[in-house]
Design a protein around this ligand. Structure first.
Ligand SMILES: NCc1[nH]cc(CCC(=O)O)c1CC(=O)O
Length: 329
């Protein structure tokens, strides 16, 4: 029997219970149904993970990103779920034994964007008055902006998207704007809140930003086939390379590594830029490479390793070490 015929008529898709996660799970369920017309049901399950319950505390104090994935992997393991949908950005670059990244679907806009307090009309960050407060909890974002705009101030802002927007718009709050991933706003139908996006000369985005990662059980050829059929090649090449870079630099949660990548389908050439920046924005290194992609997995992975080596020659490890010891604990 061909693998195509082994695809069951019910596939259980699951993810976290946040509004964004539910939209993402539904998106993947739709992709599956469109690709496999015989599938009758793709029940979606929403789980509250440990991570959802600790949003009041800084994420880095929980060490690593497993807090978003552990409960979901338990459901995969006991077969309550067949596919777990994650924001790829939140997935660890190395998964626990027994689970694999089965596929990456078409990427939404990977950029970061500025969301201005309701009513303001600035066209770029350079127009903001001195000492304006920018809301972000991401060291990658604040470090890159400190480098370009040393006169701006940064404050942490947490909570789900609606909470963050409410804090921003509160006239009593100090925030002139907040920085968010464009993809999250677009997916939640809030594109109109994107005041302007940041280009790669201002801000390299996070590894995997804007992409969805499909986690499955290891040795599950049928679900691997389902993932292969709904995966997007361009997103896969770019994101595998970005994740390989992150893994090679041993950058975990919230370390300031930024990337920008593109894959030319006609020439099969991947271009990937990466940067590492100190928390205060004063030390910054960047490099890029181009690589011909023949074997998607092997060559994308190799691209990340090569870029990591190039960044290390320029001093990436020293910057990352100083961050690990001084700031992130
Ligand atoms: N850090 C949390 C997170 N994880 C995924 C997204 C949405 C964007 C994406 O899918 O990459 C966000 C929100 C944000 O960073 O603004």
């Amino acid at each position: 029997m061909s693998i195509e015929h082994k695809v069951p008529s019910i596939i259980s898709v699951g993810g976290r219970s946040s509004a964004l996660a539910v939209i993402q799970s539904e998106h993947v369920a739709e992709l599956i149904k469109k690709t496999f017309p015989h599938i009758e049901e793709t029940p979606i399950t929403k789980y509250k993970t440990l991570g959802d319950n600790v949003l009041t505390k800084p994420l880095y104090s929980f060490g690593g990103k497993a807090l978003w994935t552990k409960e979901l992997e338990d459901k995969l393991e006991n077969k309550e779920l067949d596919i777990v949908v994650h924001s790829l950005k939140d997935m660890p670059t190395t998964l626990p034994q027994g689970f694999v990244l089965g596929g990456i679907t078409k990427r939404e806009d990977p950029s970061d964007c500025v969301v201005l307090k309701a009513g303001s009309t600035y066209k770029s960050l350079s127009e903001l008055p001195q000492d304006s407060v920018i809301g972000t909890s991401s060291v990658r974002r604040s470090a890159q902006l400190k480098k370009l705009y040393p006169s701006l101030k940064f404050e942490s802002v947490r909570g789900n998207l609606v909470t963050r927007l409410r804090k921003l718009d509160d006239p009593q709050s100090p925030f002139a704007c907040i920085i968010l991933a464009s993809a999250g706003l677009i997916r939640q139908g809030l594109t109109n809140r994107i005041s302007f996006t940041l280009n790669k000369d201002e801000m390299y985005h996070a590894v995997g930003q804007g992409a969805l990662g499909l986690e499955i059980r290891q040795n599950d050829p049928v679900m691997q086939h389902v993932c292969d059929m709904i995966a997007d090649k361009e997103a896969t090449v770019c994101c595998l390379a970005e994740r390989s870079l992150m893994r090679s630099l041993e950058g975990g949660c919230s370390v300031p590594i930024g990337v920008e990548s593109s894959f030319n389908k006609d020439t099969s050439i991947l271009t990937i830029h990466g940067c590492v920046i100190s928390v205060d924005g004063t030390e910054f290194i960047e490099a890029s490479i181009e690589k011909f992609i023949d074997d998607v997995n092997m060559d994308s992975n190799e691209a990340g390793i090569l870029l990591s080596a190039k960044l290390c020659e320029l001093g990436a490890k020293e910057i990352l070490e100083s961050i690990r010891f001084d700031d992130i604990k």
